[in-house]
Design a protein around this ligand. Structure first.
Ligand code: PSU
Ligand code: MN
Length: 308
């Protein structure tokens, strides 16, 4: 990979990459804007442990003091967790100014993919991605995450998308942009808190080896862009669809009444859903992230076997 004078790769991550050993990237907006303290810190550290236990190296990504970081220390993760929304949520358009100012930023799916690709990391685990918001035909609120998936060669493993988004339009957008949407062990797009959405995925693949092979082939063909793997939440942690959808509808309506827009929309909706479901959604959220971390670690291991 091309060197980048603004990028710091943690020593452990660097030596794994140099040796062709598996590495999994992790985002930091989920830490600062996605969960309350201290669950956000504990989850971020546990995700790293899960990945290590499965033989891969975790690389949590963020911007600290204007440096693009691939791999954080425990103290840096704790800092992002404690500071919460006091850290800027950094998407693609935010990078130049944050770096020029020497500021901090929590990376979204978009910027985590960008920094992972700069570092040479191919697999990235998170909870949910951004997408086409409900009402986007009027508001034009479409997450930069979808554009990044079209451009940047990183596999993103998530639990589908929350129905704060218009899932049908999100799939249409990804189709237009040429992004493969894979269901892991399912033909149906998972809806984050629930295993089903009623929308089909493009392909079902059933093993980490199959995921790795598809990504490897894409790379060998030099095809631009990423791949979206949607991994359903484990049955025992999935939520009642009526309960969660009612909370989501209410949160979306409140955002509209209060005139919330731009980068504040997603964090507002996530926080309101958490309040409306009284913390049940937080436990589901944590468990699905662990589940995605396990799949990402196994896939990174399979990919490094193929590419070595
Ligand atoms: N959706 C979730 N949880 C999250 C996010 C989205 O279910 O934490 C975060 C991710 O960092 C994602 C970002 O990349 O929000 C998308 O923000 P926006 O919709 O403003 O693009
Ligand atoms: Mn948006």
């Amino acid at each position: 990979m091309e060197s980048n004078r603004y990028l710091d790769i943690a020593p452990e991550v660097k030596s794994a990459l140099d040796a062709g050993r598996p590495v999994v990237a992790l985002e930091s907006t989920i830490i600062s804007h996605g969960m309350p303290y201290p669950q956000n810190r504990d989850t971020a550290l546990e995700v790293e442990r899960i990945i290590r236990d499965l033989g891969a190296v975790p690389a949590t990504v963020a911007i600290l003091g204007g440096r693009l970081k691939a791999g954080l220390s425990e103290a840096e993760i704790d800092y992002l967790a404690r500071t919460g929304s006091g850290v800027a949520k950094a998407s693609r358009r935010d990078l130049p100014v944050l770096v020029a100012k020497g500021a901090d930023g929590a990376t979204t799916v978009t910027t985590t993919m960008m920094i992972a690709a700069m570092a040479g990391i191919e697999v990235f685990a998170t909870g949910g991605i951004g997408g086409v918001h409900r009402g986007a035909e009027v508001t034009m609120d479409i997450s930069a995450d979808l554009e990044e998936l079209a451009e940047t060669p990183v596999m993103v493993i998530c639990a589908g998308a929350k129905s704060i988004l218009d899932l049908g339009l999100t799939l249409e957008y990804l189709e237009t942009k040429g992004v493969p949407v894979i269901g892991y062990g399912t033909d149906e797009l998972p809806a984050f808190y629930t295993r089903r959405s009623g929308f089909g995925v493009d392909y079902r693949l059933d093993t980490p080896e199959e995921l790795a092979k598809a990504f490897h082939v894409k790379r060998e063909m030099k095809l631009r862009g990423g791949m979206l793997v949607t991994n359903p939440i484990p049955e025992e942690y999935s939520m009642d669809a009526d309960v969660i959808n009612k909370a989501i509808d209410e949160a979306v309506a409140e955002a509209k009444t209060q005139g919330i827009h731009g980068k504040a929309t997603t964090p507002f909706l996530l926080a309101r859903i958490k309040e409306l479901t009284g913390g049940d959604s937080l436990e589901s959220n944590i468990q699905l992230v662990y589940n995605n971390a396990r799949l990402a670690a196994k896939t990174a291991v399979a990919l490094s076997d193929l590419e070595r």
